[in-house]
Design a protein around this ligand. Structure first.
Ligand SMILES: *Cc1c(COP(=O)(O)O)cnc(C)c1O
Length: 419
């Protein structure tokens, strides 16, 4: 359920007509719903009601907007960060340092030090050498770094190849078969509090089976590590739960996920961490756009909109699907391609799709754009950086300004020797 619906024939976000936002802010613009974020946060938490000790860390990369982070901090979420910049954002968004988990396969020494200096709650280690370096940095500060080993359980998440992370050949995690030996070597280091294991097998998972398989393998590893004398108190189960992008999609619900987790982890006796991203934010946002032209095509017409692949990269990057709907639908339909203005053939959002009839000047939305949307936007083709708006009830506010090409040029210089 979300709060993007037709009221008197016109699409609203909560109680605000999208047309009013377009008039005030211009297009393209991302529009988020506070009530939808809150609902998703609560539904996820409720899904885990039978799991005794949980810690929820929103995957910041899905939507790092400060207002969104604040909203989720208010819902009791910590953060899963993958860079020093995301760490700064999570803190600025009001997440407590102790509630922040640092993931990622390429943390720099400076980022590890930054995490130690602000006192984050956990580092998820991706390789043995990273553990050695973290231990040295922590020991030099007279502290012990709380850490887990991220293991690669070698399961096929059954999702798009480019968002799959838990197969042996992916770059993420340590081979689960080597985890015990690495644990043996890292755990004694004085700068480390190596207290558990972590896993994240991919994103947009449409079935619980691969997750259950991965978690079962973790259960075996916990037993093996404990038998070897290690204390395992924290297990991080990552993110990855899929969301419906199309009406026909039927991903597992947070309640079904929670029931599976409760069953598989019943005897683990650990604090369980979760790093949901997409499931919290995807359907809490839309990308509002205006139709520029309807260009006749050889097979189908091209609806050219003012949003492009630089604003919403998921289609070009992962062949993703986003529903396209008119803000004032008439009920009539047409078969068309929907494309942006960027000079790349991959700047096409839909091909030969049945869509609402639209004409130049009409407003439309791409749905399910609250995750991996604005966060991946660029200024390619010297287009302005897309702004973001947050709605709550009948209010809305710009929570990220449109950044003009002129402002971006302001960061560039021409060397004197060229003048
Ligand atoms: C991206 C990522 C997540 C979030 O994934 P979603 O599919 O958005 O839930 C969680 N944990 C890690 C380590 C990630 O890289």
């Amino acid at each position: 359920m979300d709060h993007f619906s037709l009221i008197d024939g016109e699409l609203h976000v909560e109680n605000v007509p999208l047309a009013r936002i377009a008039e005030a802010v211009g297009t393209p613009v991302y529009v988020y719903s506070t009530a939808t974020f809150q609902r998703h946060a609560r539904v996820f938490r409720d899904g885990l009601k039978d799991v005794p000790r949980t810690h929820l860390a929103f995957a910041v990369k899905a939507n790092p907007n400060l207002a969104v982070l604040r909203l989720l901090a208010n819902e009791g979420f910590g953060a899963d960060v993958v860079s020093g910049g995301e760490l700064e954002r999570a803190l600025a968004g009001g997440m407590a340092a102790k509630d922040i988990v640092f993931s990622g396969v390429g943390k720099t020494r400076a980022e590890l030090a930054q995490g130690l200096d602000v006192g984050i709650g956990q580092f998820n280690l991706e390789l043995e050498e990273e553990g050695v370096v973290l231990a040295q940095l922590a020991a030099a500060r007279g502290i012990r770094a709380p850490a887990t080993l991220r293991v690669n359980p070698d399961v096929d998440a059954g999702t798009h190849e480019k968002i799959s992370t838990g197969k042996a050949e992916n770059k993420f995690g340590l081979p689960i078969s080597e985890a015990r030996a690495i644990f043996d070597r890292l755990a004694p280091l004085p700068g480390l509090d190596l207290r558990g294991i972590a896993v994240h097998i991919g994103s947009q998972l449409s079935s619980l089976d691969p997750l259950e398989k991965a978690f079962s393998r973790l259960g075996d590893l916990i037993a093996e590590l404990r038998a070897a004398g290690h204390s395992i108190t924290h297990v991080d189960l990552g993110g990855g739960l899929g969301v419906p992008y199309r009406a026909s999609d039927n991903p597992p619900s947070p309640a079904e996920f929670g029931a599976m987790v409760a069953r598989v982890t019943r005897d683990w006796d650990v604090e369980l961490m979760f790093e949901p991203g997409r499931v919290i934010s995807a359907n809490a946002g839309v990308l509002l756009t205006q139709v520029l032209w309807v260009k006749p095509g050889v097979v189908h017409p091209y609806v050219i909109v003012d949003a492009a692949m630089n604003d919403l990269a998921r289609v070009a990057l992962y062949d993703a699907y986003h529903d396209f709907e008119a803000v004032r639908p008439t009920g009539a339909k047409m078969i068309a391609n929907v494309a942006g203005p960027v000079c790349e053939s991959s700047d096409v959002f839909a091909k030969g799709r049945e869509i609402d009839v639209v004409a130049g000047g009409d407003l439309a939305i791409f749905r399910s754009a609250g995750a991996y949307g604005a966060t991946m936007a660029s200024t390619y083709n010297s287009r302005p950086l897309v702004p973001e708006v947050l709605v709550s009830g009948d209010r809305f506010e710009i929570v990220a300004n449109r950044i003009s090409a002129a402002t971006i040029m302001g960061a560039e210089t021409v060397p004197d020797w060229l003048k």
